[in-house]
Design a protein around this ligand. Structure first.
Ligand code: PLP
Length: 420
């Protein structure tokens, strides 16, 4: 039955090459389909076919958007916010972001340096497309979020990956310094990181940006998991750096994870006015702006610091509880390695100790989990981390416990078989 499922899956899944008869553009043809969305689709397809799936591939919060934000959206609708807004966003949206960052992080930037975008993804695309030219080199630490190298491919620039395994997946200023060449135009960062969950300490982050600024290399920093950092790790936004460093930085922010608003499609950029004007120009020819009453709801949420903090804190406490159970449980599985993630809601586990003549890749192990136990995890290869699997804890503790028990049994059986 599973063989036929896998055949069906091949037909249903988005493939890298679209039908031969459609002359897909070279820019799009070279893009890889998103491996995280593939895993989600496999889980969905299996569920639809009646299987009891344990989905540990989830890339979005398993919480509902807080009620007070839904009410603000409704209020926006009732106030008639159903028309176009300025491309850069409602003034109240831009001001609320600037005020929130000032209050929360002591950051000092003008509302004109904020642009409302349709999610963090558009923020990243806007930033990269307005800076990069074909042939420019872009530094990306490994493991990376799947979309980063694809944006670079799309604009015809060149990815230069920085290996970080020897520093336990935490990028250092030294590694950045050693990777910069005269052709380097941009560094793309993500901390807290998807897929590792690692967080670059504030002092190191500052040093990284200083190294880049010294060489006039821009930094696109994806801070979409900013509010999910677990003590003693410290939250740090590059938006709080002084203006002489900030002129090289574009912060890509998102409401998706922070307030469990993935479907609302809203994010923002914080960048100097010139860069922001360029991004606004580009956005004026694509999506124009994110949904008007959604901008309004987010602006109100940012202004209501007590409620928004309360919502974030309760989600963070729940993730922390899951993490406290998950990481030691994974670390107890003989042969499996996993560093302690300080942020986001992922653990990246090293399964290289289980590879053998039959199970040659981590993708093979992910397939084994799927076929034998209906447990869905994301293969690390799409993140530039072949030999690793990403396990998401954006799912309840009961599900996690069931999934990890199954994973443990399968991995132990693999070891036993190899020993025989
Ligand atoms: C690291 C990272 N950046 C950006 C995004 C995009 O988020 P959105 O476009 O929903 O804001 C995601 C989503 O999974 C992510 O993991």
């Amino acid at each position: 039955m599973f063989d036929s499922f896998f055949k069906l899956q091949k037909i249903m899944m988005p493939q890298n090459t679209i039908t031969k008869s459609f002359p897909v553009s070279r820019n799009v043809e070279k893009l890889q389909a998103s491996s995280t969305l593939k895993a989600a689709q496999v889980a969905g397809d299996l569920r639809e076919r009646g299987f009891d799936v344990i989905d540990l591939s989830v890339g979005e919060p398993d919480f509902q958007t807080p009620e007070f934000i839904k009410e603000f959206a409704w209020e926006g609708l009732q106030r008639g916010l159903t028309k176009y807004t300025p491309t850069s966003g409602l003034k109240t949206f831009q001001e609320s972001i600037a005020e929130f960052y000032a209050e929360e992080f002591g950051a000092s930037f003008s509302p004109k340096e904020v642009i409302a975008t349709c999610g963090g993804k558009q923020a990243l695309f806007n930033a990269a497309c307005t800076l990069l030219n074909p042939g420019d080199k872009v530094l990306i630490p490994k493991p990376y979020w799947v979309t980063f190298p694809e944006i670079v491919n799309f604009v015809g620039a060149k990815n230069v990956f920085i290996e970080t395994e020897e520093t336990d997946f935490i990028l250092t200023a030294e590694q950045v310094k050693n990777s910069i060449t005269p052709k380097t135009k941009l560094l793309i960062l993500n901390s807290p990181n998807n897929p590792t969950g690692r967080v670059i300490p504030p002092e190191e982050m500052r040093r990284i940006i200083e190294v880049c600024a010294e060489k006039e290399v821009y930094v696109l920093t994806d801070e979409c998991y900013l509010f999910f950092v677990y003590p003693p790790a410290e939250v740090f936004t590059s938006a709080s750096l002084p203006a002489d460093l900030r002129k090289y930085i574009c912060v890509a922010g998102s409401f998706s994870k922070t307030y469990a608003m993935t479907g609302w499609r809203i994010g923002y950029t914080i960048a100097n006015e010139e860069w922001s004007r360029a991004m606004s120009k580009l956005q004026s020819h694509s999506t124009s702006h994110p949904t008007s009453f959604v901008q309004y709801a987010c602006a109100c949420a940012m202004q209501d610091n007590t409620k928004s903090k309360g919502a974030v804190n309760s989600m963070r406490a729940e993730y922390e509880k899951r993490r406290a159970w998950l990481i030691p449980s994974l670390q107890k599985i003989e042969g499996l390695k996993c560093s302690n993630p300080e942020g986001a809601f992922y653990a990246l586990v090293d399964v290289r100790g289980f590879l053998n003549a039959k199970l040659k890749t981590s993708a093979g192990i992910a397939d084994l989990f799927l076929k034998e136990a209906h447990v869905v995890v994301t293969d690390g290869a799409g993140f530039g981390a072949d030999g690793f699997l990403r396990i998401s804890y954006a799912t309840d503790l009961e599900n996690l416990k069931k999934g990890v028990a199954k994973i443990k049994n399968l991995l132990q059986a693999t070891k036993t078989k190899t020993a025989i």
